[in-house]
Design a protein around this ligand. Structure first.
Ligand SMILES: Cc1ncc(COP(=O)(O)O)c(C=O)c1O
Length: 394
């Protein structure tokens, strides 16, 4: 089915859903569509914003909800505040995130950030105490690798497997894993180049050795389909400020049968009495994050992840073709199913200056002797954004 046909079908389902909810009344909400997405993101009309892998712009409607919440916090009355700070809203946010990854709301806890959640997983498994090891790779997030190196210095057996040509070779991973492996930790979609790991093969490898799989999905959630059951993911975490479209807080998924037992809570507070994924939360959560995510997740689920993927595909293919022709070697494997694509640069300083001059936002890192550029797309991007980037660098 084409992206447009899927989009039409999602809209029909959305309208059918809202009609049923309203008991037969005509749905007042305009169903979300990729075609109208650009108009919802004012930033997209100001610059060619190709940097969602760093941070997603806020949707106008999300900002309006946050402003309403801030107004209630500023002016009261208490009944207005309660419309935003309540258990129902928080539960709905968890339900929506759970739907996105094919989990249950009881398997989701709020987390202040991805890296905090990864630390909760590593601590909670008692890896060092049991003489176990952790296997990860150098396509994982730099901050997480720093955390593992510090733990390595403190005595934990950490194995960081190097990539081959910016992909993970399963044979290299297999060599690093043994009976003492307790955890394999990966970024499902790598922030380096958008590489999508062979997640089912990796979870099979982990489980065959009695280990667990942790996935950092900050570059995946909202952009690429995730099914924790089919993929065999035991723990997963992300913040919401990339393809989940805002809210500087996040989620920790813990497979139901691992909660409290295999993964022990190690930090305690008022939320420690909570059941399910909530037992790892410790403190009260970010209400502003919840308000933001409540709106954003409804929008994302309304659009449909497959439609979001279908929209990104021709844009990354165009980038692949046109930047390669302009002399920028791509370090993302051809046909990668993610909205991130990275290129080698001869001079990162010059590239940064050119992008800035042309009003194009992408990540260029390195110095005048070389570096790399990461380009990422979301629902508001179009072919003209890509043209603008190619013209700036050509
Ligand atoms: C793969 C990956 N993991 C983690 C992070 C940091 O996430 P957080 O700020 O939620 O800890 C980033 C930030 O860009 C990232 O790309």
């Amino acid at each position: 089915m084409s992206g447009t046909a899927k989009s039409r079908m999602a809209r029909r389902q959305f309208v059918a859903g809202t009609t049923a909810l309203a008991g037969g009344a005509v749905a007042a909400t305009v169903p979300p569509s990729i075609e109208s997405a650009r108009a919802d993101f004012p930033w997209a009309n100001r610059e060619a914003y190709l940097n969602t892998a760093t941070e997603h712009p806020l949707r106008r409607q999300t900002t309006e909800r946050i402003e309403q919440y801030l107004h209630a916090l500023t002016h009261g009355p208490d009944s207005e505040r309660e419309k935003f700070e309540n258990g129902r809203l928080m539960t709905e946010v968890k339900e929506r995130f759970a739907r996105l990854i094919n989990a249950t709301a009881g398997e989701i806890g709020f987390a202040p950030s991805t890296q905090t959640a990864e630390n909760i997983v590593v601590e909670g498994l008692d890896i060092a105490a049991s003489g176990g090891n952790v296997v990860t790779n150098d396509l994982h997030y730099g901050g997480s690798l720093h955390m593992y190196r510090l733990r390595q210095k403190a005595g934990l057996d950490v194995r960081i497997v190097p990539h081959r040509d910016y992909q993970m070779d399963m044979r290299d991973l297999e060599k690093a894993v043994n009976k003492k492996t307790k955890l394999i930790a990966i970024a499902l979609v790598s922030n380096v180049n958008g590489y999508v790991h062979e997640v089912k093969a990796i979870s099979d490898l982990a489980h065959a050795h009695g280990a667990y799989l942790y996935c950092d999905v900050i570059q995946t959630a909202g952009a690429v389909p995730i099914d924790v059951k089919a993929m065999g993911i035991d723990f997963l975490a992300c913040s919401a400020y990339k393809w989940l479209m805002g809210g500087r807080f996040g989620y920790l998924y813990v497979r139901e049968d691992l909660q409290g037992g295999a993964l022990k809570p190690k930090l305690f507070g008022g939320r420690s009495t909570a059941k399910g994924g909530g037992q790892y939360e410790i403190s009260t959560v970010s209400h502003i994050g919840c308000v933001c995510q409540h709106e954003a997740l409804e929008y994302i689920l309304g659009l449909g992840i497959e439609n979001i993927r279908a929209h990104a595909r021709p844009l990354t293919a165009k980038l692949y073709k046109e930047l390669a022709a302009a002399g920028y070697p791509c370090i993302t494997p051809k046909g990668t199913e993610s909205p991130i694509i990275s290129f080698r640069l001869k001079d990162a300083v010059e590239t940064k200056a050119r992008l800035k001059k042309a009003g194009v936002v992408a990540t260029a890192s390195g110095d005048k002797n070389g570096g790399y550029m990461r380009v990422s797309v979301s629902v508001f991007n179009n072919a003209q954004d890509v043209d603008r980037l190619v013209a700036a660098l050509g």
